[in-house]
Design a protein around this ligand. Structure first.
Ligand code: ZN
Length: 164
């Protein structure tokens, strides 16, 4: 193969990858949850403990749920944010609404943020690390959750803040 041919092939692969990423539309909370089960099939979150919880904007068009989850490996806790949006104030908050998420843990930073930024599922102003493609897990950048966000979503549903 000549150098030009090699370059063409590299470029083609890069373009294809970009197309895959651009195909991602803003996901609902349910879609992010389903993606978690595919991207991190061996990760479990049921035992993680909720240490703090605050809910804002229940009567508005933007629901913000801030939940602290105790780390499974250290004494610290991670802070999760789940934001849901609705157009109609009469509509009950539910898992099929468009969603933005963020967590302060390393897994979110290195494996989740990149894909969520691409699909507009990243909550708040993007940090510089959010633009870095994952190198080990979730290398395609599928928009999803970390285990703390999964536990937070579970808590929100169990408490009736979000309907299933
Ligand atoms: Zn996390």
């Amino acid at each position: 193969m000549t150098l030009i041919e090699e370059l063409r092939q590299v470029i083609r692969e890069l373009v294809e990858e970009d197309l895959i990423e651009e195909a991602f539309q803003k996901q609902t909370l349910m879609e992010l949850i389903e993606n978690f089960n595919e991207v991190f099939p061996s990760s479990s979150y049921g035992d993680l403990r909720v240490t703090h919880k605050k809910v804002y904007g229940e009567d508005t068009t933007e629901l913000k749920i801030v939940i602290q989850i105790k780390s499974s490996s250290s004494n610290g806790a991670y802070s999760t944010v789940i934001v849901l949006r609705r157009n109609d104030l009469e509509e009950e908050w539910n898992v099929n609404m468009p969603c933005e998420v963020k967590c302060s843990c390393p897994a979110f930073k290195y494996n989740v943020a990149y894909g969520n930024l691409k699909s507009k599922n990243f909550y708040g102003r993007p940090d510089r690390w959010a633009r870095k493609r994952p190198e080990k897990k979730n290398v395609k950048g599928v928009p999803t959750m970390c285990k703390h966000l999964m536990r937070a979503a579970q808590e929100a549903v169990q408490q009736g803040i979000i309907q299933q």
